[in-house]
Ligand binder design. Structure first.
Ligand code: SF4
Length: 218
C-alpha cells in the first residue's frame, strides 16, 4: 500500500505525542539488558503476560542463568519452571534447543540478523524484532497485540495481520525511533488504549486530534 504524506504526517505527530507522554521507556520484560535472557523471555511471553514472565524468570534464571547452563538444562525441570507461562512443553523444548544452537553455531552470542534469529526454533518476527531493536539498536517494529490494535485504531494500517502491520509501519516511523515507538505503544495500550474499554474521553492523542477511532466506530 503506497504511503501518503498525510499518513506520514500523522505518524510523525503520534510519535512525538507518545514521546512527550512517555519520555523514557523500557521493555516490559525485565531482562536486565541481557540479550539471551531477553530472547528466552520473548519466547515465554507468547500467550502469556509480561508480568508472569518476569516472575517465572526470576526462578528460571536462578537455576539456568545463561546460554551454556540452559543448553544443558534437564527438560522436565525446565518444563516445570516455565509451566505457568502456558504451552510449557513446546516453550521449554524451544528454549533448550535454541540455546544449544546459539552455543554451538553462534559462539554463545544471540545473533544480530533477522535471518539468523528466524532460524532459531520458536523465534518468529516479533521476538526477532524485539532483539534487533532492543539489543542491537537496529530499526525494528515489534508487531505485538498492542501495536496491532492501536495502529489500526489510529489509522496507521488497516489489517490485523502482524506482518502487514510491521510492513505498514516501517515506512511511517523513523527507523531510529521504531523500537521505542513500539515500547511506547505497550505503555499507552495499558494506560489508555486498552482492548476492551479504551479511555477515549481522556486520551491525550484524541485531545490532539490524532485519533478518530470513536467517531469512525459510531
Ligand atoms: S482515542 Fe481511544 S481508540 Fe484512539 S488512541 Fe485514544 S484511547 Fe485509543
Amino acid at each position: 500500500m503506497p504511503v501518503t504524506e498525510e499518513q506520514k504526517h500523522l505518524a510523525n505527530a503520534i510519535t512525538n505525542a507518545l514521546e512527550a507522554l512517555y519520555p523514557t521507556v523500557e521493555c516490559a520484560l525485565e531482562s536486565g539488558g541481557d540479550p539471551f535472557r531477553l530472547l528466552v523471555m520473548g519466547r515465554l511471553s507468547a500467550q502469556c503476560t509480561d508480568a508472569r514472565v518476569n516472575t517465572v524468570c526470576r526462578d528460571l534464571f536462578a537455576v539456568y542463568p545463561d546460554v551454556y547452563a540452559m543448553a544443558e538444562a534437564d527438560l522436565p525441570t525446565l518444563e516445570k519452571l516455565v509451566f505457568s507461562c502456558g504451552v510449557y512443553k513446546v516453550k521449554a523444548a524451544n528454549i533448550r534447543d535454541f540455546s544449544v544452537i546459539i552455543r554451538d553455531k553462534f559462539d554463545g552470542q544471540v545473533p544480530d540478523t533477522m535471518d539468523d534469529l528466524l532460524s532459531l526454533p520458536g523465534v518468529g518476527r516479533k521476538i526477532a524484532n524485539l532483539i534487533l531493536g532492543d539489543v542491537y539498536h537496529k530499526p525494528a517494529i515489534v508487531a505485538d497485540t498492542h501495536c496491532i490494535r492501536i495502529s489500526n485504531r489510529l489509522g496507521l494500517c488497516d489489517k490485523k495481520d502482524p506482518v502487514h502491520v510491521e510492513k505498514a509501519l516501517i515506512p511511517l516511523i523513523a527507523p531510529e525511533k521504531s523500537s521505542d515507538f513500539c515500547h511506547r505503544l505497550v505503555w499507552f495500550g495499558r494506560e489508555y488504549c486498552m482492548a476492551r474499554a479504551p479511555r477515549c474521553e481522556e486520551c491525550p492523542l484524541r485531545a490532539q486530534n490524532l485519533c478518530t477511532f470513536t467517531e469512525r466506530k459510531s
